[in-house]
Design a protein around this ligand. Structure first.
Ligand SMILES: Nc1ncnc2c1ncn2[C@@H]1O[C@H](COP(=O)(O)OP(=O)(O)OP(=O)(O)O)[C@@H](O)[C@H]1O
Ligand SMILES: [Mg+2]
Length: 339
């Protein structure tokens, strides 16, 4: 357990949207904590509620159609009910967001330098000239090779990787104590992905920022995160220290995710196991365990809401108990025997 102070504390967060067919619940009773300087990864398939969780706790949802319940505090201050203007002041200054699509973070009609400088000036009293110099410095820090020249480029004049770095520079412009990165590497090719992950790690080291990293890639989780939360159908179905979760995952859904990681060492399997079936849409999540329809080990009790089972700092929402779990896990993860 981290001895550092808690930076972000999320308790029982639920999010539902008003639709023509009535309310649709996309996030259900989600709780997690991030300590200062820690990297938490939220992992799960498309549609599991990762972005909705983060965007709603940052106040970036449409307040007219979205209902957000639960309690969220940042540095000890409750933030869910803050007026939009107060929340805007926290975002960008205390919390930097790297959104899922870098093009939505950047405006095509202004140079990246101008956009970074404006972001700084929205939160600090600083001259235009000083803000521009700071923008150049930030572009250098995120690894753009010629920041003095890049600063005057428009977003479309940059490659995907450079654009993502520019977005990271913007998110970092006010030295946030928390950086929220929603799939920052998905759109990038593998080499650039690795560079951006290295960059995030270096930033944490240099600035001490905590990071919430959303991804659907278990390989990325293993590489950078200290803590992991696995989301499925709007719920966190397993969470814990990354090492513990990788050593002995508790939830059958996590087993499925692990089985789909290509093995790096040992004998190659002839084909990769992936989880058969599709995740439910928020309208069709069954009562009880949301994963039951796809789970290899479903039993009648799964129709009820699963209990939270703990093992040290790890926890999972599943009926399986400690005595029966290892044998089932060996069936679900035969790679372990090949390692
Ligand atoms: N404004 C909205 N109104 C209705 N449903 C929504 C709205 N925003 C998101 N959803 C639904 O909520 C669910 C969770 O979406 P979310 O964007 O959080 O998924 P995600 O885990 O981030 O997926 P991905 O990996 O594809 O980014 C999805 O089924 C999505 O269609
Ligand atoms: Mg998303």
């Amino acid at each position: 357990m981290s001895t550092k102070p808690i930076l972000l504390d999320v308790n029982g967060l639920s999010v539902s949207f008003a639709t023509d067919n009535g309310p649709v619940q996309a996030v259900r009773d989600v709780s997690f904590r991030v300590h200062e300087g820690e990297i938490l990864s939220i992992v799960g398939e498309s549609g599991s509620g990762k972005s909705v969780t983060l965007l709603s706790l940052l106040g970036l949802h449409d307040r007219k159609t979205t209902r957000v319940e639960g309690a969220v505090s940042f540095k000890g201050q409750p933030i869910l009910d803050l007026p939009a203007s107060k929340m805007r002041a926290i975002r960008g200054k205390e919390i930097g967001l790297i959104s899922q699509d870098p093009m939505t973070a950047l405006t095509p009609v202004y140079t990246i330098g101008w956009q970074i400088a404006e972001q700084i000036r929205a939160h600090e009293t600083i001259s235009a000239r000083a803000a521009r110099l700071r923008a150049i410095e930030l572009l250098g820090e995120v690894g753009l090779s010629n920041p003095g020249e890049a600063v005057d480029r428009y977003p479309h004049q940059l490659s995907g990787g450079m654009r993502q770095r520019a977005v990271i520079a913007m998110a970092l412009s006010c030295n946030p104590s928390l950086l929220v990165a929603d799939e920052p590497t998905t759109a990038l090719d593998v080499t650039v992905q690795a560079q951006v992950l290295d960059l995030l790690l270096r930033l944490r080291k240099d600035f001490g920022s905590a990071i919430i990293l959303i991804t659907h890639d278990m390989g990325v989780v293993a590489e950078v995160a200290e803590q992991v939360a696995v989301m499925y159908a709007g719920r966190i179905v397993e969470r814990g220290p990354t090492e513990a979760v990788f050593d002995a995952p508790l939830h059958p859904y996590t087993w499925g995710l692990m089985a789909s990681i290509p093995p790096l060492t040992g004998k190659r399997l002839s084909r990769l196991t992936s989880i058969p079936g599709m995740p439910p849409t928020p309208e069709s999540i069954p009562p009880g365990c949301g994963f039951a329809p796809r789970c290899l080990f479903t039993r009648p009790e799964c129709a009820d809401r699963p209990p939270l089972r703990k093992s040290g700092e790890q926890a999972a929402l599943c009926v399986l108990d400690d005595a029966e779990r290892p044998a089932l896990r060996r069936r679900a993860l035969p790679q372990e025997e090949l390692a």
